[in-house]
Design a protein around this ligand. Structure first.
Ligand SMILES: Cc1cc2nc3c(=O)[nH]c(=O)nc-3n(C[C@H](O)[C@H](O)[C@H](O)COP(=O)(O)OP(=O)(O)OC[C@H]3O[C@@H](n4cnc5c(N)ncnc54)[C@H](O)[C@@H]3O)c2cc1C
Length: 419
């Protein structure tokens, strides 16, 4: 806490408690990513990619933004409930659950030898392809069916899932449940170092806002591990930095005024259809920047996102009071979501191959792994700019493994791992 004499300035000309400048020796950015800009998504509505958007605005680079993971089985319960998009757990497929298209036929083995047990990206693509071909359930997804495993056993093993489905009118144990792939996790995020530092001295990163931890895909369970491990490391780094750095720096009045002006903007505009803008964003991201992508769709999306950004700039909110103004929060969230969507679309257009969660129908091959590169997006004077950086193979090269017994493992790999 600063001493009273060094108390940070309040922004003037605004109601009390409106905006407050808080000085800190070190700041952790950990707003949790969350691809909520897609029509179907798993994270809750408080996630709007604010952290990534703030980082971009502050001049930091984002990497791997095209790598958006879709979970194959989000609940499909219609447009009028937020339950649509929430996850039905992976264990259903792992236990032997079937995916059926609208005609009641199993389809996963047409796409991959592992059938329903293939990885998230493969199953999501297969479901999306069935949907696009029109072989859908009544609400537009596909079905998951478990009853061949024995309804009582399903009730015992998946009690929570059975209850969640029942809340939405589905019988998971003895019938069929409608599901749809749902945007779940962002492998991309802010460029940072393994000790949590960023290009901005004093700003630290951890969790889903950070890019580069998972590469092009993520195994289930590694999201929380990422947040806790790198959160702990960043905490240690921040404590060391704060102790070493000593004095608080003077706030930059111009940066403060610019940030306040951006936040106040919707109060100065005539009220508009914020919900309509959000619905258009969700639909275009699902259609053109989602599970299957190509150049024409991505170019269409980039143009539409520019239009949406411009329209939001001119869209105001009805209530001029900032306190408890959820519409204002919606406006700010949408601002972040559109900016980060633009970064995703630009990175997806730049990557002309298909790897991990990113699939280009016009470039379906993975390309030469030895020449692997990752995308980097930054804010430039005239918009976003994308570049490609070569991947540095510091531990293993493509085709090598550290796991004993795996193809490519060097002799004594087990000892090297534990050293
Ligand atoms: C439905 C679901 C199930 C999942 N299941 C698993 C699982 O089983 N295993 C696993 O490993 N991972 C799982 N994940 C992923 C994992 O939960 C996340 O990757 C992880 O929680 C991210 O941690 P974080 O600390 O980066 O962010 P979070 O835990 O999301 O915390 C970020 C916090 O910042 C807050 N915030 C956001 N924006 C702002 C703002 N502008 N101002 C102030 N506060 C803000 C948010 O409200 C939130 O409290 C799941 C994700 C979802 C959505």
């Amino acid at each position: 806490m600063p001493s009273p004499s060094s108390r940070p300035p309040r922004v003037t000309g605004l109601p009390a408690c409106f905006f407050r400048v808080i000085q800190a020796k070190a700041v952790l950015l950990a707003a949790g990513g969350g691809p909520t800009m897609y029509l179907y998504h798993t994270p809750s509505g408080d996630k709007a990619c604010d952290g990534m958007a703030m980082a971009l605005r502050a001049g930091l680079a984002l990497r791997d933004m095209e790598m958006v993971q879709f979970h194959p089985t989000g609940l499909m319960a219609g447009p009028d409930t937020r339950m649509t998009g929430t996850v039905l757990e992976e264990g259903l497929r792992g236990a032997g659950g079937w995916l059926l298209n609208g005609a009641g036929a199993r389809f996963m083995t047409d796409y991959h030898a592992h059938g329903e047990r293939a990885t998230r990206d493969i199953v999501s693509r297969a479901i999306f392809a069935e949907m696009r071909a029109g072989r859908t359930s009544p609400l537009g997804g596909v079905f998951v069916e478990m009853k061949h495993l024995g309804p009582d056993e399903v009730r015992r093993q998946f009690k929570g899932m059975v209850e969640r489905c029942a809340d939405c009118g589905f019988d998971l144990a003895g019938g069929r449940v409608e599901v749809v792939p749902t945007a779940h996790y962002m492998m991309g995020g802010v460029v940072f170092e393994p000790d949590g530092t960023t290009a901005l001295p004093g700003l630290y990163l951890a969790g889903e806002d950070a890019g580069g931890v998972h590469g092009a895909n993520r195994l289930g369970g590694n999201g929380v591990a990422n947040s806790t491990v790198f959160g702990g490391i960043a905490g240690d780094s921040m404590a060391a930095f704060a102790a070493k750095e000593g004095a608080l720096r003077e706030p930059d009045p111009e940066a403060i005024e610019a940030a306040v002006a951006r936040c106040r903007r919707p109060f100065a505009q005539a009220p508009g259809d914020l919900n309509g803008l959000r619905e258009r964003l969700a639909q275009l991201m699902w259609d053109d920047v989602g599970i299957l992508r190509d150049r024409a769709g991505l170019q269409r999306a980039i143009a539409a996102l520019e239009d949406l950004a411009a329209e939001l700039e001119e869209t105001g909110i009805p209530d001029s009071q900032p306190a408890f103004n959820l519409t204002w929060h919606d406006w700010l969230n949408l601002d972040s979501q559109i900016l980060v969507s633009r970064a995703i679309a630009r990175a997806a257009l730049a990557r002309e191959d298909s790897r991990g969660a990113h699939f280009r129908e016009d470039f379906p091959d993975a390309g030469d792994a030895e020449k692997s590169a990752y995308t980097v997006v930054r804010q430039a004077e005239d918009g976003l700019e994308v570049s490609q950086q070569p991947v540095a193979f510091t531990i293993v090269r493509p085709g090598e493994s550290l796991i004993e017994g795996e193809a490519g493992a060097p002799p004594g790999a087990e000892q090297e791992q534990t050293a």
